[in-house]
Design a protein around this ligand. Structure first.
Ligand SMILES: Cc1ncc(COP(=O)(O)O)c(C=O)c1O
Length: 351
């Protein structure tokens, strides 16, 4: 794994912050130049735990993700950015994405001056496994090689999750890091790629509190990876990347995990009901199977539909410009009332 890192990262001496050096309970804290006065009365005058230990203990209990294999990010977006920074030499090495997929992978590659290659999904949105194996073969001999492949599962915007059989095949044929972004994993029946990390230490799984856990505004992402990669991520990330309010919010949601999972089941049920309903609309040509909390559908005219819905104060996502997604819209599964409003409004559109 070490040889995959950029040289400057391998040799990096991390910033050592006050809270790294002392973890016990003391009576006087004058080590971090904080304000002694707790204005809000909730401890926000102090720096947060850089390693989010309490949160990770609960994550292990409630999400079954081992403490030693997790790092918390300021949203999974921060983790994506840092993974590119850790492994890819700017102007020299690259990442690979499989469009149509989550747009931020390319944006973070661009920000880091790292090239972004594309291996399009097949027209049915499955992964082009033969194309990937050929790519991997050529890549291992190349000096300016691809270091990270991003697989989004369930994929945004198409909705389909990959089986662990497919993920294993990709991980075994690729000599770099395979990032499996499971932001929507809780909505899928398929196994998580976390179970594969022991066998394939080049797999890094990303999870988030932003979707099923209802904390998009708190900014909490989880990286699950081999211990060595976690160690490197902890050296590279900003020391206090996750604030006290976010850590508290995560703990609170985990304490309600039973309710959250019941609500998740409701979303899945509603997704499946609306899958059938939208299929029957005249303006909808196809609704794609979804393992996530949204539905992608091919319509007769996505620009027109988005415009008409906007007039009624309803915002959905036009995916018309994505590869293989001509005239597609992506609709998040909201409350029953919200879904009904979108559905009724779409029923009234004539194209
Ligand atoms: C596939 C995927 N990964 C990651 C994210 C970002 O997650 P976070 O809010 O944890 O940064 C999103 C957000 O929409 C997403 O769709």
């Amino acid at each position: 794994m070490k040889e995959l890192l950029r040289d400057n990262i391998r040799d990096l001496v991390p910033y050592s912050c006050a809270r790294d050096e002392f973890t016990g309970e003391a009576e006087v804290y004058l080590d971090a130049n904080e304000n002694f006065f707790d204005y809000l009365g909730d401890g926000y005058n102090r720096y947060p735990d850089p390693l989010c230990r309490d949160l990770r203990v609960e994550i292990e209990k409630k999400m079954n993700l081992p403490f030693k294999n997790t790092v918390i990010g300021n949203g999974s977006d921060e983790l994506i950015d840092n993974l590119i920074r850790i492994f890819c030499e700017p102007k020299k090495e690259s990442i690979l994405i499989m469009p149509p997929t989550y747009g931020a992978y390319k944006v973070f590659a661009d920000v880091n001056d790292v090239a972004c290659s594309e291996l399009p999904l097949n027209k049915d949105f499955s992964i082009d496994i033969d194309g990937f194996n050929n790519f991997s073969k050529l890549n291992s001999d190349s000096t300016d090689r691809c270091k990270i492949v991003f697989v989004c599962s369930p994929n945004n915007p198409t909705g389909e999750a990959q089986s662990n059989e497919v993920i294993s095949e990709l991980a075994s044929s690729f000599s770099g890091i395979l990032v499996v972004d499971e932001a929507y994993g809780e909505f899928s029946d398929k196994e998580s790629a976390v179970d594969l990390i022991d066998k394939y230490p080049n797999i890094v799984v990303l999870k988030t509190f932003s979707k099923c856990w209802g904390l998009a505004g708190a900014r909490l992402g989880i990286m699950v990876a081999d211990e060595y990669i976690c160690e490197v991520m902890n050296k590279v990330k900003a020391p206090y990347n996750v604030g006290i309010p976010a850590q508290k919010a995560g703990l609170e949601q985990l304490s309600k995990s039973k309710d959250i999972l019941i609500e998740r089941d409701d979303v899945i049920k509603r997704r499946n009901e609306y899958f059938e309903k939208f299929k029957k609309l005249d303006i909808v040509e196809k609704v794609y199977d979804s393992d996530a909390n949204f539905l992608l559908m091919k319509t007769k005219n996505s620009d027109q539909i988005c415009k008409e819905l906007q007039k009624k104060g309803i915002i959905i996502r036009n995916r018309n410009k994505d590869l293989h997604c001509r005239n597609c819209v992506r609709i998040t599964i909201g409350s029953e009332e919200e879904c009904k409003r979108v559905f009724d409004s779409m029923s009234e559109i004539n194209l």
